[in-house]
Design a protein around this ligand. Structure first.
Ligand code: IVH
Length: 689
């Protein structure tokens, strides 16, 4: 039985530890695939269920929460090129639900947290979940002064000029307004504007966008705001991040103020007083979805009373007072024209289906992933078949099934090629793995290019100016064949580059600057990740950096007989991964490259960043009846502050928080000389009153 089949309540601490590590690894990998490679491997539902399981295990075993826990992560990294803005309060994400019966779990959880009975009123505001990208806009004395993207939630990109080009965003608020207020909402493109933009792009021979969300993101995040200005973007406002004054006590009232100040607010918003009303809102919006002028991917339920919102607070990076209820994936029927084989960085061959382009829920789809040969065989997918495809969120469309009765008579089963379509080397397959590989290794040009793209990518060495297209061009010209060539580009091809179309004095200088930045100092974990060792994603690279401290130490250890033990001692690295890592370091072809790279690049040691609070790493015990918060609320505050919460006082306890009528535990704390705090002192130390 695999660990995920064991109910969380039955996990032993050891099993929980193993599974948390595995989940951190899986989810980090999925993040890279989603944000960095633009090729998500999990559907929203799969991702969400793994994340939920991770949260459930963490809440049962808070002390096992990993530093690299997926619960601490939100959204994408800030892109280079824009200045950074630190948000006044973090811009968070929403937890998702997919099933109708989860509405009850959500409202129940809130009632329990707030200690409300089923008779007590608990209103929600239900809103459409707009499929765009979030922005924050700061107003001082009613004047728009700053705009930012969400970024990683803490820091976003400064898009002040870009956001200012959007007509719907008020540049001046209608009085009365707070002196300083940060408005948050969604930038999106209407379906009509999206189709018009794609037509235009096509006419000009430029890249078209896959869906309205991508078009909005691509248009907003332009370093040159005149491009943003030329695209039709729209905004909705749905919340605030900060306000110097508050003249409202509910979310519904806040929305009224937003409208009055001049912001567009969705017309589809509704106040719901019970679960049935939430459910019927969800169903209604599901029906209305296709006819709306903009894309929505679900609905959002928010607790209406702001005092409740404040008490409910946040769990990891999402509010406890709101949730997104997602719609099921959209499906369509189309013709599979051809099965094409793609070659990846590590030589993995991935079959891709070329489809007769089809509109799936407002988005044109022309490719679908087929994963691997087994998947094709299991579903008996053939060229010429009519297939049902589905699109869920931003995940690459998938083939759900084949309509066998529509299959042409002369159809033949698909045969996986025996030779690599690029370098014609033999194709091999590991008996334990589903994937086929090109055995061409270093001679396969596609693998070489993909490895280079990975090397310079944002999550790796992050060399701005060396995007995918440029890597391809430089590779074709023979300027960059292996990673080390990047560092000789300036010396050898400065003149040639200046004479190349699309390059000018400024862009060439910028490129040299970006390369210099890498040679001046690159974090060790990023360097290890950049090497593209099979199976080594960002989190494993971080583990290796943390464990071995320096690259030369890691390299030395990998040459020794004890290498496997050294690696498998690290939590999160198993034997199969260890073999891949060791193979990489022992490969004679890599040896020379690694030495040369080390001579060129100054590698910086790895540091772990954790937010410190007075309770970080401490063990707390709550006793007596708390007056201003429920026990659950207190516990979640403590956990969020990095503390462990225990049920009994012992010599290992650091603080005992005393509520009214505290009994034997208070006495024991006194006997053991443990610091006691009142409820207020506890909150004061957390700086929330
Ligand atoms: S409220 C703290 N309301 O969904 C919660 N978000 O998955 C703040 N979104 O980052 C978000 N429509 O980009 C909220 N009516 C709505 C929304 C909405 C779309 C997006 C937003 C957020 C993401 C979370």
């Amino acid at each position: 039985m695999s660990l995920r089949e064991i109910p969380v309540q039955e996990l032993t601490p050891l099993e929980a530890m193993a599974e948390l590590k595995e989940l951190a690894h899986l989810l980090a990998q999925a993040d890279v695939e989603y944000y960095q490679n633009d090729s998500p491997s999990l559907t929203d539902a799969q991702y969400d269920s793994l994340k939920k399981r991770n949260e459930a295990i963490e809440s049962r075993f808070p002390e096992l929460t990993l530093a690299e826990s997926p619960s601490f992560k939100v959204g994408a990294k800030v892109a280079e090129g824009f200045d950074k803005i630190t948000h006044l309060t973090p811009m968070l994400s929403l937890s998702n639900i997919f099933e109708e019966n989860e509405i009850l779990e959500f409202t129940d959880r809130i009632r329990r947290f707030l200690n409300l009975s089923s008779e007590d009123a608990l209103d929600f505001v239900a809103e459409p979940k707009i499929d765009g990208l979030s922005y924050s806009a700061l107003y001082e004395n009613g004047i728009y002064v700053k705009g930012a993207t969400r970024g990683d939630g803490t820091q976003g990109e400064d898009i002040t000029a870009n956001l200012a080009t959007i007509q719907g965003l008020p540049k001046k608020l209608i009085a009365p307004f707070p002196k300083k207020i940060e408005i948050r909402g969604e930038v999106y493109m209407t379906k009509a504007d999206f189709f018009a933009l794609n037509d235009e792009q096509e006419k000009l021979g430029k890249k078209t966008f896959a869906n309205p969300r991508n078009a909005a993101a691509g248009s907003l995040r332009q370093l040159d705001p005149t491009i943003t200005a030329s695209r039709k973007l729209s905004v909705f406002a749905y919340t605030i991040g900060f306000s110097s004054e508050e003249m409202w006590t509910t979310h519904a009232e806040l929305l009224e103020h937003l409208k009055r100040w001049g912001f567009p607010v969705s017309l589809e918003i509704s106040l719901c007083q019970n679960d049935d009303e939430l459910l019927s809102y969800y169903r209604q919006m599901g029906e209305k979805r296709a006819s709306l002028s903009y894309d929505i991917d679900g609905v959002v339920y928010k607790v209406n009373r702001l005092d409740y919102q404040r008490r409910l607070g946040f769990i990891s990076r999402a509010p406890r007072w709101a949730i997104a209820h997602k719609f099921p994936p959209m499906q369509a029927q189309t013709l599979l024209k051809k099965i094409r084989i793609q070659v990846g960085r590590t030589g993995v061959l991935t079959p891709v289906a070329d489809l007769e382009p089809i509109n799936v829920g407002g988005v044109m789809v022309s490719h679908a992933t087929l994963h691997n040969a087994d998947e094709i065989e299991r579903k008996d997918i053939r060229e010429g078949d009519t297939v049902i495809i589905q699109r869920a969120g931003d995940v690459i469309p998938q083939i759900v099934s084949v309509l066998k009765d529509k299959r042409p008579l002369n159809s033949i089963p698909f045969e996986f090629p025996k030779l690599c379509p690029i370098c014609h080397s033999h194709v091999a397959r590991d008996p334990d793995e589903a994937a086929h590989y090109c055995t061409g290794g270093l001679i396969c040009p596609k693998q070489a290019v993909e490895r280079l793209k990975h090397f310079v990518s944002r999550e790796a060495l992050d060399i701005e100016g060396l995007g995918k297209k440029n890597i391809e061009t430089f590779f074709e010209k023979g300027w960059i064949k292996t990673p080390i060539d990047i560092f000789y580009l300036k010396e050898h091809y400065s003149k040639a580059l200046l004479n190349t179309e699309g390059w000018g004095e400024k862009s060439v200088q910028n490129l040299w600057g970006a390369i210099q930045k890498v040679t001046d100092g690159t974090p060790l974990d990023k360097f290890i990740f950049a090497l593209g060792i099979r199976q080594v994603g960002q989190s494993t690279a971080r583990l290796l950096a943390e464990q071995f401290g320096s690259f030369s130490h890691l390299n030395e250890e990998m040459q020794k007989e004890t290498a496997v033990q050294e690696l498998t001692r690290i939590d999160g690295i198993g034997e199969v991964m260890a073999t891949d890592i060791i193979d990489f370091f022992r490969e004679p072809n890599n040896e020379k490259l690694l030495t040369e790279l080390q001579n060129k690049i100054k590698l910086l040691p790895f540091h772990v960043n954790r937010v410190q609070t007075p309770f970080t790493g401490k063990t707390l015990v709550f006793t007596g009846s708390l007056e201003h918060m429920t026990r659950m609320e207190a516990k979640s505050l403590a956990l969020a502050a990095g503390a462990k919460v225990s049920g009994s006082v012992s010599s290992k306890t650091d603080f005992v928080i005393l509520g009214a009528d505290a009994g034997s535990k208070a006495k024991k704390a006194q006997e053991l000389g443990i610091t006691t705090l009142t409820e207020k002192e506890f909150k004061d130390r957390l700086e929330i009153i």
